[in-house]
Design a binder for this molecule. Structure first.
Ligand code: BTX
Length: 329
């Protein structure tokens, strides 16, 4: 498996130029015959390989279908996503990740699926995860932080997604506290953070990310057309999901490492740059209350600061925020 990955990386890095069979066999320390076998296997997986005598091999095209190989070949991370699982169809990548984590999966293990039939959001809400159209991904982390700080990882992940959206897709998405990514007033992505902890110790955290990428209008269920959108709908472009995943993982690895070394302050300013509806009136909903308030900002620990009509400030660690619809800018 790792020889295969090295082989793909060598070929992919060479882009349009050929690499000789001899060089491949030297670099991978395997025989020319073994190289040939790998090439046949790659063709089976949907790679189009050109072999020319005296020149060598090159990749003409990558498979349409996503796989661990197509995601990892241009993945420039040190630890995040170096261990990766890909599935065609799952109930939820969260469930797979929980199972892997219980079985001892390493920090930075990533699970990606092409389709989820029971994708979920917070509070058991369903997350629509159509086949082939979006990024449905769960990341296993084993941070050495107190369990109550885990929600900060949601905010860090939101920053990673908006940075990817800016650098790869050239769109300015906004973060709605705590876990939604909005583009042009519609929900483009959501984050679900789940954790297994014991008293003062996190065993593992699972960050689930759902990002709508290539959905057309007809791919979005009627019940969501008013609130949801995709990158394709907003930009008219089709994006290669692999490229987006590679970029998110790189961005998240950088932010995560800074967060662990410097604390949440390393995330806060980035988060604020992309924050949605700051200074505006929103509706706050907690478990047993609902009221209008001004969105003031976030604290140094990531908690939300709101102010009610009597200028009373409140700090919220968990809540839903919303605003009156229909006056879209
Ligand atoms: P949330 O609870 O904030 O949002 C869920 C709500 O979003 C739903 O009630 C619905 O109104 C709306 N919704 C459902 N599907 C979509 C969609 N595709 N696009 C936009 N809006 C939608 C947000 O939860 C967190 C979602 C995390 C999803 C990832 S995917 C990989 C991982 N596996 C898994 O099962 N969940 C996570």
């Amino acid at each position: 498996e790792s020889t295969r990955k090295k082989l793909i990386t060598l070929l992919a890095d060479a882009k349009d130029s050929f690499i000789s069979g001899q060089r491949l066999s030297d670099e991978l320390s395997i025989s020319r015959a073994a190289i040939w076998k790998h090439m046949k296997a790659l063709e089976q997986e949907g790679y189009e390989i050109e072999a020319v005598s005296r020149k060598g091999y090159r990749i003409v095209s990558f498979p349409e279908e996503m796989s661990v190989n197509t995601i990892q070949w241009d993945l420039r991370t040190v630890w995040l996503g170096q261990k990766m699982y890909y599935r065609n169809q799952v109930d939820s990548t969260q469930s797979i990740a929980h199972q892997l984590a219980r079985d001892g999966a390493v920090h930075g293990t990533v699970v990606v699926a092409d389709e989820q039939v029971k994708g979920r959001g917070r509070l058991h809400r369903p997350w629509h995860s159509q086949k082939g159209k979006g990024i449905w991904m769960s990341i296993i982390l084993r941070p050495n932080i107190e369990p109550q700080r885990a929600p900060q990882l949601t905010l860090a992940s939101a920053v990673a997604i908006t940075r990817m959206l800016k650098s790869v897709c050239h769109v300015d998405a906004k973060i709605k506290w705590p876990n939604d990514i909005f583009l042009h007033n519609r929900k483009l992505a959501g984050i679900l953070t789940e954790m297994q902890a014991e008293q003062d110790l996190i065993e593992y955290v699972i960050i689930g990310m759902g990002i709508n990428v290539n959905q057309n209008q007809t791919d979005i269920p009627d019940s969501l057309t008013e609130i949801a959108t995709s990158l394709k709908l907003e930009t008219g472009e089709t994006f290669k999901r692999e490229t987006l995943i590679q970029s998110i993982l790189k961005e998240l690895e950088v932010i995560y490492d800074q967060y662990i070394q410097q604390g949440f302050s390393a995330v806060k300013s980035h988060w604020e740059e992309a924050a949605y509806r700051m200074g505006e009136t929103i509706t706050v909903k907690t478990r047993n209350q609902k009221w209008d308030a001004l969105l003031v900002g976030i604290q140094d620990d990531g908690a939300l600061i709101v102010e009610d009509q009597t200028q009373n400030r409140r700090v919220l660690y968990s809540a839903e925020i919303d605003w009156k619809r229909g006056k879209e800018e």
